[in-house]
Design a protein around this ligand. Sequence first.
Ligand code: DGT
Ligand code: CA
Ligand code: CA
Ligand code: ZN
Length: 575
Amino acid sequence: MVRPNEEVEALLQEYADLIAITGGEAFKARAYEKAARAIGGHPTDVSHLDVAGLKEIPGVGTSIAEKVVEYLRTGKVTVVEERRARIPAGVRQLVAIPTLGPKRAMTLHEVLHISSVDELADAIEAEKLRDLKGFGEKTEENILHGIALLRQAGERILSSTALESAESIVAELSRVTGCEKCAYAGSLRRGKETVGDLDILVAAGRSAPFMDALTELPATAEVIARGAKKTSIRTDQGVQVDLRVVRPDAWGAGLQYFTGSKAHNIRTRTIAVRLGLKLSEYGLFETESGERVASRSEDEVYARLGLPWIPPTLREDRGEIEAGLRGELPAVVTDQDIRGDLHTHTDLTDGLATLEEMVAAAAGRGYAYYAITDHAPDLSMQRMTDEKILAQRESVRALDGRHHRMRLLHGTELNIGPEGEVDWPDEFLRGFDICVASVHSHFNAGREAMTRRLVRACENPHVNVIGHPTTRLIGRRPGIDADWDEVFAACARTGTALEINAQPDRLDLGDEDILRARSHGARFSIATDAHSIPQLACLRYGTGTAQRGWCTPDDVINTWPLRRLRRFLRKDGTD
Ligand code: DGT
Ligand code: CA
Ligand code: CA
Ligand code: ZN
């Protein structure tokens, strides 16, 4: 993704929040929010644009464009600084609490003089919010839950954010003279959805030049510890980075050790001991003689332990050691196996790019097929109508096969209603090539009702994929409550796939649910839910998550040739 665009997006979003907190006009806050999203999703670097160029981005007018230019030139925007100065930092922190919102944050500050998350937690404890207008017991509960989520997420960052930092640090260190190899390890290499810190490994004869280089990076805000073997810094984004330098002949052992997980490493070390060996970050040694028997590559280390090379995404001690010893490791799905994206939007609803632009970008990714799945009418703010979706179908048919022979599927993202019903009658649904169906409302229906809803959606002969099944937003919103074993079984029985939504703040289903769903025999669709061209590239987070759920290409419907996929989509049991 384009870095300056994301910075501008964050700035405009902050300004929108500040306007809302200070009780500014709601339409103005919304305008900034909309522009923030548009710039975040703009496919090319906005830092090369002038006011006129910026104004061509939908939702960006003269005044917003001028602020963006001011930011790109000077690193700040006067009016944003002014608003920041008027609002205590603690109140801005309050806005970050899921479910609270700027209006209520300001009320809390004005009426109860609350200006930090801790003070808010204390006030709830003391039942001070009960009698406040617009608050109540239920609100208190929601806020407490939001605080818990925020605290949990506080120490960990999304892997997408971490990956950007890691890739740029790896690129910088690779340029230092004497660098033989450089890579990131730790939870990021294992593809976890959030990471605590970054672990970077370098193979080189001398370590000092790399330790220097890390502490001198422009993004380095603080040096936590500096040593010959390990240096730790914090970036200006608040991310801790641990750098270790190993000798080139110990690269494999170092990479294996620092990739972890701890639980996986305990297992590999135990196997080593049983073989009369000792495993450390320096290599695999014979205990008696101290002679080194393997260390150059991970392959070599695993082989000496009687194991095949194990993909990092599987290294969690969730059965990969046993499977490896038996020679039954799954051949997990990779980005290269994916033949098409099955959940994407255009500007007909809330996407940012036109149908033609999205299709051209998808073809550029080398897909064999591609589905357009704009929102259906029950999500009323999207204003979908029968006429609009049928007109889109015409355009889709006209574009079909025109870009590198890529085939197009015309679909929709339906809304699963309170009783499991969806937007259109059977007759109308029959006209779509693929239907994704998602929960977008009534998140607190209760376990039984929610289970019934999802199972009914699966039983609909036209629903092919359950979109972002749990609806969780990582660090912001918990997933819905349902008897997932029953839902997964229904998916398997009815030939309905479960989505692995690849948006980095969703990753929904997550790894553990995927493992459970797989045990029921359910299939999956790894899809980006892209609302813009850059988001098509989020696919990698979906495949990483699928790997962590032990998915092979056979489990994932969008790795299949179109003919097999179409059979699955017919839902008549002839798969
Ligand atoms: P994180 O940062 O919390 O997302 O998780 P990791 O897995 O990246 O953990 P981290 O950064 O503490 O350590 C990176 C890897 O280094 C870890 O996965 C395994 C290895 N490691 C670190 N400390 C130990 C240890 O005390 N024992 C063993 N066996 N391995 C360790
Ligand atoms: Ca780490
Ligand atoms: Ca670490
Ligand atoms: Zn969607």
